[in-house]
Design a protein around this ligand. Structure first.
Ligand code: HEM
Length: 164
């Protein structure tokens, strides 16, 4: 079961991460189409890739990763570092979606962040995640601030009882 989840996780990651690297290249190319009709084909391809391949792959990778988290019970400090790094990847994913939508709706609009920088950021984040997940560095929980390590003995807020 765990082996299948890991297989699904990594297979989906190939499409997700591959797409996040391909889309900046497409955006860079869309700035300078060389053949007639190329810009329109690129818009359609970028939309199709983002909506029907990269985003669904991100969902599958996250569901499989989340299931692995509970199946293997890896609630360890390095995993929280990985989750923060994944947050950065999600920001990049969302920004690329914004650029792809502008490409379709407004013709080519040069993104505020240059595509080469998006590509570099994607590679850096993916590399950092791989280092974290493969090296699984031992991080001491004592590095966390006190308020994260000690119970605060506060009551949960309960909704008011329904009046009869
Ligand atoms: C989307 C949210 C993600 C979640 C919740 C998640 C969670 C997990 C979990 C729980 C494991 C199993 C760890 C273990 O068996 O010790 C795992 C394995 C792995 N993840 Fe993720 N992950 C996510 C995204 C990613 C991303 C974006 C990458 C790479 C860019 C990645 C790369 C890997 C790799 C390579 C493994 C296999 C590690 C091994 O077997 O030692 N994951 N992931």
């Amino acid at each position: 079961m765990i082996a299948w989840l890991k297989f699904l996780h990594i297979a989906a990651l190939l499409f997700w991460c591959g797409g996040l690297l391909l889309l900046p290249l497409l955006l860079a190319r869309a700035d300078n189409p060389v053949r007639a009709g190329e810009a329109a084909r690129m818009r359609i391809f970028a939309h199709f890739a983002y909506n029907f391949c990269v985003s669904p792959a991100a969902v599958v990778a996250t569901i499989a990763g989340g299931s692995l988290l509970f199946a293997r019970w890896v609630f360890e400090p390095w995993m929280f570092v990985k989750l923060v790094q994944i947050g950065a990847l999600v920001v990049l994913h969302t920004y690329l979606g914004h650029c792809v939508a502008r490409l379709g709706e407004a013709g080519y609009v040069r993104p505020a962040v240059p595509p080469a920088l998006m590509l570099g950021a994607g590679l850096a984040i993916m590399g950092a995640i791989l280092v974290t997940v493969l090296a699984k560095p031992h991080l001491d929980a004592a590095m966390m601030p006190d308020w994260l390590r000690q119970p605060l003995n506060r009551q949960l807020l309960l909704p008011p009882a329904p009046s009869r």
